[in-house]
Design a protein. Structure first.
Length: 322
């Protein structure tokens, strides 16, 4: 049987717990109301936003990096908290120069109304532009001309074809060259602009692909950002050709053997048009003038779409006919 004193003590403890809980609820409600009242009031806050210029004319670059502007915000506590919560690296506004009516001042200095920045900040914070007071009436920035240079475009590719197929000639780029802009020291060091990697496997037919240009992570600019690569693919077959050996000389010369055996890969569509006259084989004339018994012989020219697999011989004997 429960002791009467224990029963009284338990009732007292339950009553104390209800009192504490009631107090905490009212404290939370009053604190929330206090915060709501305080956050509803207007405050003046000084802040700074960085300017991030985009859509800069292709032949120019912004030389005034890390430019910031100061302003005063007359806003309620809710928006003040929102502004304070923006981390420093993210405290910027984007200024597209193709939209801003900027004007030339002098030298490389340009300006535009600070009201444009106020509107951008207001849009980001969800407030009225009239709640923002800019420290300066104008925003000044520096924009310098870039050096211009026309360079060829180089295709980066890793194209693997099906068996008996191969590339027919060199892929054609359109355009094959572009005009780039950049600081002089950067532009002077560039000989060509590369494309992104064109990677394909198991290819058996011609195709076209649009590729982005590698502009070195923004170090250079171009009004052309992409090119089209036209790649021709054909079926190839092996072909053996006996090509006569020639030498330009005032003397009549006979070679042993008289021909070079050329093993090559030829596109099926070109097979009928490839003849020994499509190739040129020459010998080393200096060796002949030095009366050396054997002359080096090499394949001097062949059709651009033909792939040479092997040639023989690499040396020949000769006889000068009187």
């Amino acid at each position: 049987m429960m002791n009467p004193f224990d029963n009284i003590r338990q009732k007292a403890e339950r009553k104390d717990k209800r009192s504490v809980l009631t107090f905490l609820v009212f404290l939370a409600i009053s604190t929330a109301l206090w915060f709501l009242i305080k956050l509803s009031e207007n405050y003046t806050t000084q802040t700074t936003f960085k300017l991030q210029f985009v859509e800069v004319p292709t032949d120019k670059w912004i030389s005034s990096d890390d430019q910031s502007v100061k302003m005063s915000l007359m806003i309620d506590g809710f928006h003040t908290l929102r502004c304070k919560m923006i981390r420093e690296p993210n405290r910027f506004v984007t200024i597209p120069l193709d939209e801003v009516p900027y004007r030339f001042e002098s030298g490389n200095t340009y300006s535009f109304s600070s009201q444009y920045v106020a509107e951008k900040v207001a849009e980001r914070l969800g407030i009225n532009a009239s709640d923002i007071t800019m420290n300066d009436a104008k925003i000044y920035f520096s924009m310098d001309a870039l050096k211009m240079k026309v360079v060829p475009v180089v295709l980066r590719s890793d194209i693997k074809t099906q068996r008996q197929y191969d590339l027919y000639g060199i892929p054609v780029l359109d355009p094959s060259s572009v005009t780039i802009y950049g600081p002089q020291e950067v532009v002077d060091s560039i000989k060509a602009v590369k494309t992104e990697l064109l990677a394909k496997t198991n290819v058996s037919q011609s195709f076209s692909e649009t590729l982005q240009l590698d502009l070195l992570d923004g170090q250079i600019r171009s009004n052309i950002k992409e090119v089209k690569a036209n790649v021709q693919v054909e079926r190839f077959t092996e072909m053996d050709v006996e090509v006569p050996i020639h030498v330009t000389s005032n003397q009549r010369v006979r070679f042993f053997p008289e021909t070079m055996s050329v093993k090559c890969l030829v596109a099926i569509r070109d097979y009928a048009s490839i003849t020994p006259e499509s190739f040129t084989v020459t010998v080393d004339k200096q060796q002949m003038e030095a009366m050396q018994p054997l002359l080096d012989v090499h394949l001097a020219s062949w059709p651009p779409t033909v792939q040479i697999l092997s040639t023989r011989p690499d040396k020949v004997e000769y006889l000068i006919v009187q």
